[in-house]
Design a protein around this ligand. Structure first.
Ligand SMILES: Cc1cc2nc3c(=O)[nH]c(=O)nc-3n(C[C@H](O)[C@H](O)[C@H](O)COP(=O)(O)O)c2cc1C
Length: 212
């Protein structure tokens, strides 16, 4: 007979549910032609589509809705410090009151703050971030505005955005030579886990559909 004992559980009310998704640095073009970087992690992919969630009132979201394109730059494990330098900043000027209250400041040159560099994109106006191992040029297909009653700091809603990936740029060292495949043994993404940064840990195995 199976002697498995059901673990004890309790109902909790966590303030956030960031259960561990990759850190993405979204580059978008500002109205003056400069580039904004929005660190985010509420993102998932299916085929050539990526769906992202952005809270209302951000500069990256305004740029994305105006220009209908962006680059999704996937951060690497060793870029945690650069990401955290961007964390308390916004491209918005003035800074929205709720963000100012929790310590955000305006930053016009986020590349300088983070110590990152631009690389020109192939099809979108916003540049890529040269240091990121994967850079996905994308265009906006759909943006759905939603209320967010549970959000406590007053951001006022969020947008679910569906993006179509147009081009994938990959650092040579994360591509399996002679193929179109990312090498999961060498690609080391940075994850956001309940507001902590973590790496991917050691490999555990692969699915029956893995190509490499
Ligand atoms: C690691 C990390 C993950 C984040 N994830 C998200 C997210 O998924 N969605 C979101 O709206 N904001 C997210 N943020 C907060 C935004 O980066 C923040 O609102 C920032 O001010 C946006 O910049 P912008 O106004 O210049 O676009 C995240 C921040 C960090 C540091």
């Amino acid at each position: 007979m199976d002697s498995y004992r059901t673990p004890d559980t309790r109902i909790i009310h966590p303030s956030i549910l960031y259960f561990g998704t990759p850190v993405v640095l979204i580059t978008t073009r500002n109205p003056d032609g400069s580039t904004n970087i929005t660190p985010m992690s509420s993102a998932w992919a299916l085929a050539d589509r990526v769906v992202i969630g952005l809270t209302g009132g951000g500069q990256g979201l305004a740029n994305l809705q105006r220009e209908r394109e962006c680059v999704l730059n996937l951060a690497a494990e060793d870029q945690q410090e650069a990401v955290e330098r961007l964390a308390p900043t916004t491209g918005c000027d003035p800074v929205p009151a709720w963000k100012r209250a929790v310590g955000y400041r305006h930053e016009a040159d986020k590349f300088a703050v983070a110590g990152l560099h631009t690389a020109p994109s192939s099809t979108v106006n916003a540049p890529r971030i040269a240091e990121c191992p994967l850079q996905l040029e994308a265009r906006l297909l759909l943006a759905v505005q939603r209320p967010l009653d549970a959000w406590r700091d007053g951001a006022g809603g969020y947008v679910m955005a569906e993006l179509e990936v147009l081009h994938v740029h990959a650092h040579d060292d994360v591509v399996v030579p002679g193929t179109q495949h990312i090498d999961p043994r060498r690609y080391q993404p940075l994850f956001y886990l309940f507001r902590h940064y973590v790496g991917r840990g050691h490999a555990l195995g692969k699915t029956f559909k893995a190509e490499v």
